[in-house]
Design a protein around this ligand. Structure first.
Ligand code: ATP
Ligand code: SF4
Ligand code: MG
Length: 372
């Protein structure tokens, strides 16, 4: 079943200069264990970039690498420049100077991310104290102001509450306030609304968009409905690397990579209550240590052919900046890329998924595919 998504028709105004520039970022746990395998993306001030993919694709480790919070045993290489600061290769002391003031992090589970022993106001004040953004006397007032700005009612009183005294939605608002307390250039939000019910989720998404106008936002999710709500641009990750990237409307309406098309097609209904589970695409993401050298999606791909034993590069496909890592991208409106011998389909056919009968060799019609 295919669901059509309507991208938001408003953006948050004009996105500013590039704030984050990530190139070939790798997070590895040892030889052949690259959980993030060459992540390249950028984000501009005022822009929300959604990073989407199934469980195990490397979304969280990418986020943690950008916040200097990788688990023990992980090694990071490549480049990630945030507002002129190289994030790769920093020690913990150097990270402390940046975290909060440059990068604010919002986690999925506020209950465990917040300190249960401190009032929420004190935790927000602590972020300001670390970065010296406000004098002591001004911090309390600013913490209350921040709580009020993220929609916490009676913020003065709530600032004295401990996390367990607040609802899940309120705790998530507190985390957003904490992430914004240091006025960061980059906000990394890892599944920040997954644990919330639908109504609260919508409120928190709207709030996040509203309150991060001056920052670049990396919003991690596996939910295409949330992507349609929040993103300006979309980066689709599969097995540790980017398989598709582009502006929201292009990715939702004209996906080029079979994995993106499958993600979109397997979500039953964007208006239905979220099941909280990943879309079901037959097969599974290959675990670390079982990822070969060819296209990582080929075991699940209805279009896989001989050439897919070779890894496709991420290549730009549209004037709008959409790119995909696939030898047979759909929706290019142009003939497929130069073909290796042994090709199974007719020249000029493009397809973002299997043919009507599910046969990978069955060309899809231009009507089904659409063109860009
Ligand atoms: N500390 C660790 N040691 C070894 N492997 C790890 C560790 N943390 C994560 N991994 C592996 O790295 C891969 C990517 O994990 P990551 O948590 O980034 O995925 P994800 O895309 O965020 O998934 P989810 O949607 O489930 O949160 C997975 O295969 C995971 O098993
Ligand atoms: S067609 Fe080939 S290169 Fe493209 S996603 Fe499928 S397996 Fe990968
Ligand atoms: Mg994760």
């Amino acid at each position: 079943m295919t669901t059509s998504y309507t991208a938001r028709d408003t953006t948050r105004g004009t996105a500013g200069a590039t704030v984050l520039d990530v190139r070939d970022l790798r997070v590895t746990f040892g030889p052949g264990l690259d959980a993030v395998d060459g992540l390249t993306l950028s984000a501009r001030r005022g822009e929300t970039v959604a990073v989407v993919g199934e469980s195990g694709c490397g979304k969280t480790l990418s986020a943690l690498a950008l916040a200097g919070l990788l688990p023990e045993g992980a090694t990071v290489t490549g480049s990630a420049v945030l507002d002129g600061h190289q994030l790769v290769g920093r020690g913990e002391r150097q990270w402390r100077a940046l975290r909060g003031s440059k990068v604010g992090m919002i986690f999925q589970d506020a209950a465990t991310a917040l300190n249960p022993l401190m009032s929420v106001g004190a935790q927000i004040e602590e972020v300001m104290a670390i970065h010296g953004t406000y004098r002591r006397a001004a911090r309390r007032a600013r913490a209350v102001e921040l709580l009020a700005s993220v929609g916490v009612p009676d913020a003065e009183t709530r600032a004295r509450s401990h996390p367990h005294q607040l609802s899940g939605g309120m705790r998530q608002r507190v985390m957003i306030a904490m992430a914004l307390a240091g006025s960061p250039d980059l906000v990394v939000a890892d599944e920040p609304t997954t644990a919330l019910d639908v109504t609260v989720q919508a409120q928190v998404l709207a709030l996040l968009r509203e309150s991060t106008r001056d920052a670049a936002v990396l919003f991690i999710t596996h939910d295409m409905g949330v992507v349609a709500e929040i993103a300006d641009r979309v980066v689709v990750m599969y097995a540790g690397s980017v398989v598709e990237a582009g502006p929201l409307d292009e990715v939702l309406e004209r996906p080029h990579h079979p994995y993106t098309a499958a993600l979109l097609a397997s979500v039953p209904d964007p208006d239905a209550p979220r099941a909280g589970e990943l879309p079901t695409i037959p097969g599974r993401v290959p675990p670390l240590g079982e990822r070969g050298s060819g296209c990582p999606f080929r075991d699940r791909c209805p279009k896989a052919r001989e050439r897919c034993a070779e890894r496709p590069p991420l290549s730009e496909l549209t004037p709008g900046g959409s790119a995909a890592a696939c030898w047979y991208p759909g929706h290019t409106g142009a003939p497929e890329r130069a073909e290796a011998p042994g090709r199974a389909t007719a020249p000029g056919t493009t397809g973002a998924g299997p043919g009507p009968d599910g046969d990978p060799a069955t060309p899809t019609t231009p009507h089904e595919e659409g063109t860009s």
